[in-house]
Write a protein that binds this ligand. Structure first.
Ligand SMILES: Nc1ncnc2c1ncn2[C@@H]1O[C@H](COP(=O)(O)OP(=O)(O)OP(=O)(O)O)[C@@H](O)[C@H]1O
Length: 337
């Protein structure tokens, strides 16, 4: 079920039309003799990783691709970037069929995988890898120097440019991988969990850089992430998949409204909170000497707020959605309806 839809650009850069991917995975039994028997008789089972997924992403959109573990996000990214052939449906990016992996296509996109940050041959230095990329992607030398200067500044590369990739820490490797991915100024960026393993400041720098890159170049970005703060900061639109199927396509605030039927009212009282019968206003979520947090159904928030202000000595009152991480966690554990 698709919960809701938002309008989208009339000029899609990325389209997925009924995409499907069924992996054929070998079945391995355990126990004595199993390895030998599996040589004689090969068994397989089908794993439907992506099923009938359709969406379109317009030029310049930054879209969060979210869902629980094993939902099919990476598989979809791999299809869109041309690494995997879908077993059903069609993908188109910038008018190209990704699986053909034409040079003209590959030089306009980039895929960054946080779980496997590839900064090029490990024996080469980061700068040599950037040169290597320049040659592979036909980047003119004058543009190369300007781009490297900018990337060095924004991704803080100065101390790692001259170092071998193999000796970099995960965070340093990630920064190098991102610089290499952005060197040719791709028009479409596929970012698959790009900030895994980065510290808070490196993640924030990464987010700033992606936002600026997209604003400056008009690039289209698809981002998978389990960090809701990251998705919230970067993505006006999210696509949610679960068990390989598209379940939601729309804004994150609208998803939050769909997911959580209540809001949190945080009330600070002038007197002790004990003097008030809070059950008459909502469900008590947390309390301390002068502050309580109430869960109140969304539709009742205006009326309850009015009654609180009229009947309770309120010093301060705020209304907020429950934390997004907590909502998504609950949602993923309960499964998508
Ligand atoms: N090469 C493969 N062979 C068989 N099954 C696979 C293969 N790659 C992925 N799968 C299965 O396909 C499903 C979707 O995997 P995918 O990696 O696309 O999920 P994901 O949403 O990216 O998950 P995560 O958030 O854990 O990275 C999972 O059930 C996974 O086990």
């Amino acid at each position: 079920m698709t919960l809701s839809e938002t309008g989208r650009s009339s000029d899609p850069v990325v389209t997925a039309d009924g995409l499907g991917m069924t992996y054929r995975a070998p079945v391995r039994h355990s126990g004595p003799g199993a390895a030998f028997r599996s040589l004689l008789r090969k068994e397989h089972r089908d794993i439907e990783a992506v099923a009938d997924v359709s969406f379109a992403v317009g030029a310049g959109e930054i879209v969060g691709f979210i869902g629980p573990n094993g939902a099919g996000k990476t598989t979809t990214m791999k299809i869109l970037s041309g690494i995997l052939h879908p077993t059903a449906g069609q993908a188109r990016v910038l008018g190209f069929v990704p699986r053909r992996r034409q040079h003209e296509y590959l030089t306009q996109i980039a895929l960054v995988r946080g779980s496997q940050p590839t900064a090029g041959p490990a024996e080469l230095t980061v700068l040599d890898n950037l040169h290597y990329r320049r040659v592979l992607y036909d980047v003119p030398l004058s543009r190369f120097h300007a781009n490297v200067e900018e990337l060095t500044h924004t991704l803080d590369l100065a101390t790692i440019l001259g170092r071998q990739v193999r000796a970099l820490s995960l965070g340093e490797r990630m920064r190098a991988a991102l610089a290499i991915a952005l060197l040719h100024r791709p028009r479409v960026l596929f970012l698959d969990e790009p900030t895994i393993g980065l510290d808070a400041s490196a993640s924030a720098a990464f987010r700033r850089h992606i936002a600026r890159y997209a604003a400056d170049t008009g690039a289209t970005v698809l981002l998978t992430s389990h960090y809701m703060a990251e998705v919230e900061a970067l993505c006006p639109r999210v696509i949610l998949i679960d068990h390989g199927r598209l379940r939601y396509d729309g804004s994150l605030p609208a998803l939050a409204t769909n997911l959580s039927p209540y809001k949190l009212l945080r009330v600070t009282t002038a007197d002790s909170v004990r003097a008030v019968d809070w059950d008459a206003y909502g469900q008590l979520d947390a309390t301390d000497s002068q502050q309580v947090t109430l869960r109140v159904p969304r539709r009742d928030v205006p009326a309850v707020t009015g009654r609180l202000l009229a009947e309770v000595p309120v010093a301060d009152l705020t209304v907020a959605d429950p934390p997004l991480e907590a909502m998504m966690d609950q949602f993923y554990r309960a499964g998508v309806a």
